[in-house]
Every structure is written in structure tokens, then in C-alpha cells.
Design a protein around this ligand. Sequence first.
Ligand code: FRU
Length: 484
Amino acid sequence: MLHKDDQLLKEQANEQIREHGSLVQRDPYRLHYHVMPPVGLLNDPNGLVYFNQLYHLFFQWNPFQTDHGSKFWAHMTSKDLIHWEWQPIALAPSDPFDKNGCYSGSAIVHENKLYLFYTGNVRDQAGNRESNQCLAISEDGITFEKKGPLFTVPEGYTPHFRDPKVWKENDMWYLVIGAQTEHLQGRALLYKSQNITEWQLVGEISDKEKPLTDFGYMWECPDLLLFDNQDVLLFSPQGIEPQAYQYHNIYQTGYLSGVLDRQTANFNHQEFIELDNGFDFYAPQTTVDGQGRRIMFGWMGLPETDEAFHPTKDYRWIHAMTIPRELTLKQGILYQQPVKELTQLRKELLLNQQQKLVDEVVTLHEIHHDALEFIFQVHAFKGKSLEVSFSEHTKLVFNKEMQTLTLHRNSIKSYQSEARTTDLQELTELRVYLDASSIEVFVNQGEKVFSARLFDAIPYHELTLQVNGTLDYHLQAWSLKNVM
Ligand code: FRU
């Protein structure tokens, strides 16, 4: 079902790379080990899957502008989650059923073929939206043939209906999808299928005893994760108001953990927990890889946030993925850890010190790099607060009295200092990945995570520890390779 403009559109997109690729590469804020668009705008990770010994990562891509528009699916592959190869464009918005965007979706392997499920976004002349859930199939994992729409919006829901995520269990296929009720409330719907093409609505995923009915106006990019006998519904709700330290970004990403009844869609679950406590994280997607690990990538950005102010727009690109993270579930809490392969990025050990500090400020000058990893282990800390600064504007503050951890950065929009905070009783470890324009902080083996873009002066050149109390610590720092 190849539409005549498909090749042409892909060719025009490739032309953008040829024309602007070298400008993009000249940007000092270009990242060193994060997946980025070769030109244009990247948003959600899509179709993350392990197939034929390769990790496949697709992403929402607008090759023509650094704004949102009719999205393509860009495609990259990797043997090791570290070194990525650009592949031919997987999907272009070339057909009547996806002409305004091949929106987010997922991939699964079936009969040794790669199946992509995605949302065909269609707008009519009056701007009304239509949403088709579409299929594309590939035998070699590189060229995809569109098979057209499988189903559209069910009764009782608006066309804000998108982002199918498919998985298989005991010969049955399941799919979760983001939806909005006619009363403008966000939902995730469960579908099932025996043959992968005919899908039957099971119902709204909801705790019938205490339904989460009034929780935002749209749920984007749902994903259902299985850990032994526990299920986790990961999704990105829109329209949640800030509450204490939570929900301070324009849109959220978080999860409900519990047990989902596949027959009725009843989901007995715990409270919603925000997945990332930083500034820039949205629409993550997971897959189980060949080693049985649950791997996640997130978009290190957010819609309608700071996009006009990113300095990278001058170099004709915007946004990036997070580093790949491995997820585990402990007592209903998702832990995120950088995948172990990331240690391959280490170039030079810059610092390795074990020390005791009492009410001191220590500045370590040995670092002059754009890309760094730090592991800061707190063996013992008694006192009020502990500060780790990575630059003039970017620092982490653990306030032991308040039991909080705060990330400060300079706002991309206003250059004023801004902060995100989370509750934290004890600090035992900070593992920090700094890249030319990003920071990812893994706290206490991934109990909490902060992701953010930074546009600080680079190279980073000093690290300051400010201790208000007594601290026994071990600090290691490495410079990291540029693999992008
Ligand atoms: C989330 C999202 C999805 C949609 C895609 C379009 O960021 O809005 O719901 O499919 O982006 O690019």
C-alpha cells in the first residue's frame, strides 16, 4: 500500500540531513552519548524492540523544522545500546490515513517479522482530528510496508486516541492506548487480539473500587510492564495541577503498580508515582531485551516547554533521548538504573577519592570535559545539608533536616535559577551523567531520578562539595567518550 508521495517525502527529509547536517554537528551543545535527531525535532521514543540481535529505537521526528508538525518515524539500531546507526526512515506521513503524522506507537516481533503499531493522525480542513491505529510490517527490520488502519476511535471517546503499545502473553496479544472520554478525562484502554490484526476492546483500565476518574484530560503514551506477578501502567497524563513537590512540569509521567485483570481491565493499583523528578522527561517507552531486562528510553524534553528558547534551534535541531535505563520493581516502586553497557563510555578516571569532611567547601578542579560520569557514595553523613555543584548554576542539594533533594539549574527560558525537589530521607549514592547540555541523576541506586537539559558554560570545569556537617564519602569521576 505504498502511496506515491512516500518516497518523495523520505527523500525530502534526507535532503534536510544533507543540507543542514554539518551545521547541526557544529553545535557545541550537541550531546556526546545521547540519541539525537540528525536535524529537526525529536520527541517520543517509539517502537523500542530487540530484534535479530539488534536494539531498534524509532522516534517521533520532524525533519523539516525544530517545531512539532507532521511526524515521521526515524529509525536507529544498536548492538550494545551505546553505538547507534542511522537507518532508512521507517515511516513517512504519506497516506490519507496518517497524512498529518505517523504518531507514537510500538513494535513487536511476530513470526520473525517486525510489526509496528502507530497512530495515523489526520486533520481535516477545519482542523478536526481523526485517529487511526495503523500497522506496518518489515521482514528485514529495515524497510517497512504500511498495512493501513486496524481500528479507530471507539464510542464514548474523542479523537485524542493514540499511542498503541502492544505485547504478547500466552498466545494472546494485548494493546494499551491513550484516550480521552467525551467528558474530557484521560484514560488508558485495554484491547486484545488473537490474530494481531482484529482487536477487541476489553475496557478502560481502572480500579473499579477506587477509579482514578478525574486525573487529567488526556493520558499519552501508556505502556504496560510486567514484573513477575505485578503490573505497572506507565503513562503521561496531561492536566494535573502541582501538588507539594510533585507535578511541576507542564505534563507528567508516572505509573500505577498493581494487578491488571486481562479479562475485565480491572486494575487494582497503588497511588500514582511520578517517574522523574527533574525538568525534562516525557513519554517514555520500554521493552524487554534479549537478556530479559526491562529497558526504557524517555524523551528528555516536554511539549510546549522552553522549545522556543533552546539555543540548539540556531543549529537546526532540538531535543534528545535519555540514556537507556534498566527498570526493576521493588515493593511497588520502579527503580531506574543506567544500563551496565554505559560503563563502556568511560574514557579516563579523573577523580577517585575517599575522604572525610567537616563543615567544609571543597572544589575539585581536575575536570575539563563536556561529558562526565560521577559516582558519589555517601558512607556516612551527619548534619544539615550537603551540596554538590557541577557548574555555576547547576547543583544538587540534600537537605537532611527537611529530608529533601533538590536540583537547581538555570532556566532555559529566563536564565533565572529554578528548582525541582523530591522527598528523600537518606542519601546513600548519587550517580550523575553529565553531557554537553544535559544532566541525569540517579539517586540511591535509582530510587529517584532527575533528568534535565542544561545550557551551562562548557566544558564543565569544577566540582564543588559543600558540607554542612560531617561527611564520609567516596567520589569517582570519569570523562566520557563521544559516540554520537
Ligand atoms: C507525546 C505525543 C503523543 C503523540 C506524539 C506526536 O509527546 O503527543 O501522544 O503520539 O507525541 O508527536
